[in-house]
Design a protein around this ligand. Structure first.
Ligand code: NAP
Length: 267
């Protein structure tokens, strides 16, 4: 029987997840399909009952369900508990588990570098920033600083993860080895011409923007022009998805092949 997977979110605009997973199933000859399930918040309880009854094999979870889905699970991984949010639901030993592969998405591209930066500045303090801090701590980045427009939200991260908080207005006084943007600044639309970093880049600094539409944000274009190593947001999307694929199928979908499929879909 064809196995079923999908993504829940609301509003669920265009998502690249079906493209990624269906191409993986096809490439690896797995009899499965992945669909988009737009799901209003009030429908979550019924949907999770259906997930169990119909033995749906796995779910990607996006806004606004990443926290609310937690109460419908049997178990959560240490990572998901640390972040306090779930983006992946899977079955293990007849139990429904929650995982957070945004952490993989954030750190896998960094872990592959010859020299992982020793200090990091995380711009933003939302859901992606929490996953980033958990991931950077896993990577044993020595100093992590969080900086957010609304300081009180950064302070919650500072308290939860024991990291330093700096005022948004003072971010340019820092000289981190990694600048990681988790705000929507630079995203296509009204924010596209904006950048979260308006000063010179520290020498040897790696610049990572998790915004992937456009692929080359203003932040990344300027960083590249100044000779910084850059990581595009599509890498986060790719690696969070590949980690989901691995959890659900036990199989490895080749990153280069998957990247090609995503880039083609984006163009
Ligand atoms: P979120 O929980 O809503 O957090 C957004 C953060 O950005 C908040 O800290 C917010 O600051 C800050 N922010 C929003 N507008 C700003 C502005 N105009 N100037 C300065 N700061 C601003 O969102 P999230 O889930 O963390 O996602 C953040 C971004 O990451 C989104 O743009 C999303 O597209 C991208 N993302 C990419 C991937 C990927 O796979 N590449 C995955 C997830 C998310 P305040 O606290 O002051 O409001």
């Amino acid at each position: 029987m064809t196995q079923r997977y999908g993504i829940i979110g609301w509003p669920l605009g265009h998502t690249l997840s079906p493209t990624l997973h269906n191409s993986g199933f096809k490439t690896l000859g797995i009899d499965a399909e992945y669909v988009a399930w737009p799901l209003e918040p009030l429908g979550l309880s019924d949907f999770m009952a259906r997930f169990r009854d119909e033995e749906i094999q796995g779910l990607s979870v996006t806004i606004p369900h990443k926290r609310s889905v937690m109460k419908y699970l049997d178990e959560m991984t240490f990572r998901a508990k640390s972040v306090g949010a779930v983006n992946t639901v899977f079955w293990k030993d007849d139990l429904v588990w929650g995982e957070n592969t945004d952490v993989n998405g954030l750190i896998d591209p960094l872990a592959k570098m010859r020299n992982v930066p020793k200090t990091a500045l995380v711009l933003g303090a939302g859901g992606a920033a929490r996953a980033a801090v958990v991931g950077l701590q896993e990577l044993e980045v020595g100093e992590i600083i969080v900086c957010n427009r609304t300081r009180s939200k950064a302070e919650i991260l500072g308290h939860d993860f024991n990291v330093r908080v700096v005022d948004w207005e003072k971010r340019h006084e820092l000289a981190p080895g990694l600048i990681l943007n988790t705000t929507p600044l630079g995203m296509s639309g009204e924010l596209e011409t904006l950048s979260p970093w308006e000063a010179d880049f520290p020498r040897g600094c790696v610049v990572y923007d998790i915004v992937y539409n456009p692929l080359r944000t203003r932040l990344l274009a300027e960083a590249r022009e100044k000779g910084c190593e850059i990581i595009e947001g599509i890498e986060m999307f790719l690696h969070q998805g590949l980690a989901q694929f691995r959890l659900w199928t036990g199989r490895e979908y080749d990153a280069q092949a998957a990247r090609r499929v995503l880039l083609e879909a984006l163009s």
